[in-house]
Design a protein around this ligand. Structure first.
Ligand code: T46
Length: 132
């Protein structure tokens, strides 16, 4: 599976913690940041793969599950620590679900939004994997 858990450097003291993401924390130049919030617990996000985009998903608050597939194997990663992110490289099918109340998913991305980079049909994803 083309994924990695990234530890985000943090500074802890009696007042609480600060986690800092500078460019060297991620293996790409940061081009976009967005976040998912107020996601109903019964809702699913994602359900697609990217041709070139690399993303780091960080559970800023609460927890959620990321269901992953590389076309051969499946894996589920639970994200519930704000100093541990999930790096998802191409070409990986991802679906996010089981959001806890108040969960916030921060996403740091290697590219600006481009709809042409999405593979939104699982059959097309399998074809893409088999061709590459
Ligand atoms: C991903 C998961 C974790 C934009 O206009 N700009 C953006 O940067 C994004 C991310 C979305 N949009 C528009 C496109 C759609 O009209 O917002 C709408 C919802 O997007 P989407 O259905 O792709 O949202 P998710 O939560 O299913 O997927 C998003 C990212 O698109 C995706 O790359 O990995 O979050």
């Amino acid at each position: 599976m083309n994924i990695e858990i990234i530890e985000i450097p943090k500074i802890e003291d009696y007042r609480g913690n600060i986690a800092v993401i500078e460019n060297e924390v991620v293996p790409f130049e940061i081009k976009r940041v967005y976040y998912l919030f107020d996601v109903p617990s019964s809702s699913y996000r994602g359900g697609h793969a990217h041709k070139t985009l690399i993303q780091l998903l960080i559970p800023l608050s609460g927890s959620f599950d990321v269901m992953l597939s590389d076309g051969k194997e499946k894996q589920v990663v639970t994200l519930n620590k704000p100093d541990k992110g999930l790096l998802i490289k191409p070409t990986t099918w991802r679906e996010l679900g089981n959001f806890s109340s108040g969960a916030v998913c921060l996403v740091i991305a290697s590219e600006v939004y481009q709809e042409e980079d999405y593979i939104r049909e699982f059959d097309q994803f399998i074809e893409h994997v088999n061709q590459s």
